[in-house]
Design a protein around this ligand. Structure first.
Ligand SMILES: [Zn+2]
Length: 119
């Protein structure tokens, strides 16, 4: 797998800092999941039940949903980087500074350096 810092940073911030998401962002994430799960069966009972429980009618949420999954992720990541940068603790390789795959990973995805024994 090719290591692309920008894509990795976006995925990492999106996945591991959900506790910093706003209420509207959480609701939009749920609504996007409903859209994905009900695609091509919008009028079924299943779709109606899912929309009822996990969908949203809040205009602020619907604006986020309209972005679609990829742009929604970019939107959330950009906001977190802008507003919460002090709380975004990034697990970086001590040797080459590449971003690790997860906050607890101890092996570098770029240079494969392992820091299991250190610290
Ligand atoms: Zn490294």
């Amino acid at each position: 797998m090719i290591y692309v810092e920008e894509a990795e940073l976006s995925r990492y911030v999106f996945v591991y800092f959900r506790h910093l998401w706003s209420a509207a962002e959480r609701a939009a994430d749920r609504a996007l999941l409903v859209e994905q799960k009900t695609r091509n069966r919008e009028e079924t009972r299943y779709a109606k039940v899912l929309r009822q429980h996990l969908g949203s009618t809040d205009p602020a949420v619907l604006e986020l949903v309209k972005l679609g999954p990829a742009a929604f992720q970019s939107h959330v990541v950009a906001r977190l980087l802008r507003e919460c940068s002090a709380q975004l603790v990034l697990n970086r390789c001590p040797k080459c500074q590449a971003l690790a795959r997860t906050p607890r990973a101890k092996q570098c995805p770029r240079c494969f350096f392992s820091w299991h024994e250190t610290a």
